[in-house]
Design a protein around this ligand. Structure first.
Ligand code: SUD
Ligand code: ADP
Length: 269
């Protein structure tokens, strides 16, 4: 079975409270971003994971695809599988690339072996692999809260919106980003703000990580300014960075030229 785990973007992100379990409560809107890895899962005589594309730090057994398999194997009599992951989504980018791989591995294993798991049950497994992993089970725009793993529906019309995502070859780990950010009450009602015309989002749809990280990584502000200068209606850091994206509602992407060291994805949302 061949699947294409996509990434995500955050439209606004408020880090609101410290939790007793050490995590933070947040509020954000997650939307699927069609920048994809490729993952093949086949029944095989012995379990193995092979990798290509962007190098992923750590042993195969720490890879989120492997951990997804181990998680289900603990509860179901799964046969051995051969998995191959081709990595294209940058890591440490705030694009949830690893989380997407994990959730798509869970989904592929459920389908391949006909596991009797509801969407809610699969989301519970996904939550054990990472806070934003459960989002990729349904993979549709949601308002996310608590650890970013509880969802409420949101209506968001992004038809005709073109997007450019710029990864400045800068790995910011999620743990580092959370260590640098404080907590504060939400600055706006995100769902209300996103219901207004996109031209108003610049002032109301903000990401707390952007304020916390930009003083340490000025390149983030430079990319955002370049996207606005090129005509973006809205631009922001995604998640805990370091990818910055611009939205262009008339489907027209600007002829922007970025450093050859950057990775850039452009297309409709
Ligand atoms: C910031 C967000 C926003 O969408 O995404 P990314 O930018 O990483 O894609 C998420 O909260 C990232 O979720 P995820 O990447 O799954 O994080 P996890 O593996 O669960 O946690 C990594 C570390 O981040 C911190 N963490 C994570 C989530 C949360 N709600 N509070 C936290 O404090 C903890 O220090 C934790 O040890
Ligand atoms: N399949 C995978 N793809 C990407 N990162 C993975 C994967 N498996 C484990 N990881 C680990 O997860 C971390 C990054 O996850 P990722 O979701 O890409 O981060 P971010 O959302 O911040 O860009 C890295 O420490 C990486 O080693």
């Amino acid at each position: 079975m061949l699947v294409f785990p996509n990434a995500k973007l955050n439209l606004g992100l408020y880090v609101t409270e410290q939790r007793p379990d050490g995590f933070r409560n947040l509020e954000s809107v997650f939307v699927p971003l069609p920048w994809c890895d490729a993952l093949e899962v086949l029944q095989a005589p012995a379990t193995a994971l092979t990798l290509s594309g962007i190098p992923i730090p750590g042993e195969a057994a720490t890879n989120l695809c492997w951990r997804a398999y181990e998680l289900l194997k603990a509860d179901f009599d799964l046969p051995a599988v051969q998995m191959h992951l081709h990595k294209a989504v940058p890591i440490g980018a705030g694009l949830g690339g690893g989380s997407g791989d994990a959730a798509f591995a869970l989904r592929a294993l459920r389908e391949l072996f006909d596991l009797p798991l509801t969407t809610g049950q699969l989301q519970q497994y996904a939550r054990r692999l990472g806070s934003d992993c459960a989002f990729f089970v349904e993979n549709k725009p949601v308002f996310a809260y608590e650890k970013g793993d509880i969802f409420a529906p949101i209506t968001l019309d992004l038809t005709g919106v073109a997007c450019q995502v710029v990864y400045p070859n800068l790995h910011i780990s999620t743990a580092e980003a959370y260590a640098r950010v404080g907590t504060r009450p939400p600055r706006h009602d995100l769902r209300q703000s996103l219901a207004q015309p996109m031209a108003t989002w610049r002032d109301t749809v903000t990401n707390d990580f952007e304020d916390a990280l930009t003083p340490h990584y000025p390149v983030l502000a430079d990319i955002k300014a370049a996207l606005y200068a090129a005509g973006a209606t809205y631009a922001s850091l995604s998640g805990s960075g370091s990818a910055v994206y611009g939205l262009f509602p008339d489907s027209e992407l600007p002829p922007l030229t970025w450093s050859s060291e950057y990775q850039v994805w452009s297309g409709p949302l």
